[in-house]
Write a protein that binds this ligand. Structure first.
Ligand code: DC
Length: 227
């Protein structure tokens, strides 16, 4: 079976990363979390003391920095100019600014070009907001994964308490998710939108294993399997 690409888009906290990582593992494909790239730029912007409003400087900085994504059994590791930022980019200080950084045209242009390069060799499971619409519109399998705001906030809450990356209450998380949904959906360039040919999956009442199974089933239907 030839390799193919899988695009998984959807709002924050829908379970895209976990599911994309598991699907990639099952198929022997490489998992690429594109949100981590926007977070890596945000990390560097904060390190350099820039404000997300300083668009020209932010874009120039992003063009100078080197982002490396290293796939591993625990998920993807992220390096910025050789520094491991995998954990730090999940902090709420980064989450607070990342939607604004992701709305800058010059940043999207740069990161989308890098992502397109990664997908050329096929055998990629890529998750984000614009993967099926802009990055790999020719992906053989496209999923738009969503879940209710309440369910997504509850999942983030549990995740943050497990890995110790946050101190927000459930209510604050719900507000934050709703705010990010709005920014991601309303931005001018490449807003979060379901591609016309993406399969809509609502994971609110589904287990992770059920979602993974359904995606693997879709792969079978569309391209005859994996590996
Ligand atoms: O999935 P995440 O929460 O790590 O994404 C971080 C931010 O990056 C989020 O505000 C949406 C944005 N993003 C994007 O605009 N396009 C992508 N392909 C991936 C993420």
């Amino acid at each position: 079976m030839d390799k193919f690409n899988i695009a998984i888009d959807g709002p924050a906290g829908a379970g895209k990363s976990t599911i994309a990582r598991l699907v990639a593992g099952m198929l022997g494909f490489i998992y690429v979390d594109t949100g981590a790239m926007y977070r890596a730029v945000t990390w560097k912007v904060q390190q350099e003391g820039l404000h997300p409003n300083q668009e020209t400087e932010v874009v120039a900085l992003a063009n100078r920095m080197r982002i490396e994504l290293i796939p591993g059994p625990e998920g993807q590791q992220v390096f910025v100019d050789g520094v491991d930022v995998t954990k730090e980019i999940r902090m709420t200080t980064i989450t607070d600014d990342v939607s604004q950084i992701a709305s800058i045209g010059g940043i999207r242009q740069l990161l989308v070009a890098l992502q397109k390069q990664m997908a050329v060799a096929k055998g990629i499971v890529m998750d984000g907001r614009d993967i099926g619409t802009h990055v790999i519109p020719d992906a053989e399998v496209k999923i738009f994964l969503t879940a209710s705001v309440t369910e997504r906030a509850e999942r983030r809450f549990k995740e943050m308490h497990t890995n110790g990356t946050g101190t927000l209450t459930l209510e604050q998380l719900e507000q934050d998710i709703a705010r990010r949904d709005q920014m991601d959906q309303e931005r001018e360039i490449s807003p979060l939108k379901r591609a016309h040919d993406a399969v809509l999956m609502d994971s609110t009442a589904m287990t992770i294993a059920e979602v993974v199974d359904e995606i693997l089933g879709l792969c079978k239907d569309k391209v005859g399997g994996g590996k």
